[in-house]
Design a binder for this molecule. Structure first.
Ligand code: HEM
Length: 466
């Protein structure tokens, strides 16, 4: 006989549990999993809607492979995005989502993506050239500076100038608010969204959004007026793209997707890089092994050689396993009855694949709390066992780009700089919807590497030589 609609779990959280969910999300999830197992019910978020949390590969596979008529995400699953707009890929569902995703996909893969290698390299050099010997710095801030600049240049293709400068200022203020907790609360609780003038938080937010929209629409208008087919930035590629019916993206669609790529691609990559620097320097043998691998490449390896390095790949994978940047994949809503294991879910039920809990299963990853890149050299994991970028038709659009950027930035910095951890023992803490290192990872610049390997670029991407 089919079990009830909701598995066991905490359908209503006590005040203490709500507080714990904000301050110690991983602990509370682990506790729930210990009590209730692989599939349990948990209510969180402002609406307190119960969600079914799934963390076993069989269940994750069901979620990622279910037919779209059975399970979908987007606004139907309760995703609301006042920042990104209703045309954002993340808010769309069904056929609209499929069409938009197809238009957006090409620049993030293959040769087109690799063309951004040179840009990533240049920006990494620019940002790290500010470092001073013996200076203590926040790795996350440096990585944010890199990933922001990469996104704004690769996605918008903006040249330095007054619009670039103003857009950057407005975006930075929006993405890195002075009071991040307040902004998160306002975005989470619609009741706080009251425009009481530009001094009020929501009023200020709307003002920034308006200024940003003016700048973005001005750029789109200018580009439409003088189309340049030689441009390779993502905005130009999106403007040139046509769907099966020959239709192009509207200005509002372009604006919403630009914002989506910016927000989805900037902090995620920076946070992963900050964690990677921490783990690499926390265990000297890992750094030594990586340097050996990079040095063995000899002179002039291009970006595709760096992409293929097995140990660098394993380090990046383990970084995203141990503290995945997002705890969950996007929620999915059941649209027609769905069976997962013993559970039968009726339409309207929200299912969330839990990346963190799956990555911490002892049966898949022995000693899951230990950072061990070797596990990725010793065996292959299925997309339902290892899922830092989610999966199925929603799998992160920028996953290849993010891995590419992580590897190139790590290769560039490790080859050129000697860094050590300051007294940094970062804990994973919530930063909006992301899981970030509590102190941003603090490191000290010890000097340049003696066997200095100055990176150069070629038209095919990144190379290094002496
Ligand atoms: C290490 C860096 C990153 C991580 C860990 C990450 C992770 C994720 C995850 C978990 C999802 C949800 C997938 C699902 O629900 O199945 C997602 C979606 C998405 N990501 Fe990323 N992401 C990263 C970087 C990027 C970058 C660089 C971009 C683009 C420039 C990007 C663009 C997107 C977009 C557009 C979606 C929505 C896809 C859709 O709804 O179809 N992400 N990402």
């Amino acid at each position: 006989m089919a079990k009830p609609k909701f598995p066991d779990g905490s359908r209503t959280l006590s005040l203490l549990q709500k507080l714990q969910w904000i301050t110690k999300p991983l602990e509370i999830l682990e506790k729930q999993a210990q009590i209730y197992g692989d599939i349990f019910t948990f209510s969180f978020g402002p609406s307190n809607i119960p969600q079914v949390i799934v963390s076993n590969p069989e269940g994750v596979e069901k979620i990622f492979t279910a037919d779209l008529k059975q399970l979908d995400s987007g606004k139907e699953a309760g995703i609301k995005l006042p920042l990104l707009g209703q045309h954002s890929l993340i808010a769309l569902s069904g056929e609209q989502h499929r069409r938009q995703r197809k238009l957006l996909m090409p620049p993030f893969h293959g040769e087109r993506m690799r063309a951004y290698g040179e840009l990533i390299h240049k920006i990494t050099e620019q940002v790290t050239s500010q470092w001073q010997i013996d200076q203590t710095f926040s790795v996350r801030s440096s990585m944010q500076a890199i990933s922001f600049e990469v996104i704004i240049k690769a996605v918008f293709g903006l040249e330095e100038g007054s619009r670039y400068k103003e857009l950057k200022e407005v975006l930075l203020e929006w993405l890195n608010p002075k009071r991040p907790l307040l902004q998160t609360m306002i975005l989470m609780f619609p009741i706080l969204q009251k425009n009481l003038g530009s001094w009020s938080p929501w009023g200020h937010f709307l003002l920034l959004r308006q200024r940003m929209d003016e700048l973005i629409y001005a750029e789109i208008k200018e580009r439409r007026a003088k189309l340049d087919s030689s441009r390779t930035d993502i905005l130009s590629l999106m403007m040139a793209a046509r769907d099966e019916n020959g239709e192009q993206m509207t200005d509002v669609e372009l604006r919403d997707e630009l914002m989506t790529l910016l927000v989805a691609g900037h902090e995620t990559t920076a946070t992963s890089l900050a964690w990677a620097f921490y783990w690499i320097h926390n265990q000297p043998q890992i750094r030594d092994k990586l340097l050996q691998e990079l040095d063995d490449l000899g002179d002039n390896p291009d970006s595709s050689m760096i992409l293929k390095l097995p140990y660098l790949n394993a380090v990046c994978k383990e970084t995203l396993r141990i503290y995945p940047v997002t705890v969950f994949a996007f929620p999915r809503v059941v649209k027609s009855p769905l069976q997962i294991g013993d559970y039968h879910f009726e339409p309207g039920t929200i299912l969330s694949a839990c990346i963190y809990l799956t990555h911490h299963r002892e049966d898949l990853y022995p000693e899951p709390k230990h950072f061990k890149p070797e596990r990725f050299l010793e065996r292959q994991f299925s997309p339902y066992e290892y899922l830092p970028f989610g999966g199925g038709n929603r799998r992160c659009l920028g996953f290849a780009f993010a891995e590419f950027e992580m590897k190139l930035v790590l290769a560039n910095v490790l080859s050129r700089w000697q860094l050590v951890l300051a007294d940094s023992k970062p804990k994973p803490v919530r930063k909006g919807i992301l899981l970030a290192p509590s102190d941003g990872v603090r490191m000290v610049v010890k000097g340049k590497r003696t066997q200095q390997r100055v990176m150069q670029t070629t038209s095919t991407g990144l190379t290094h030589g002496n």
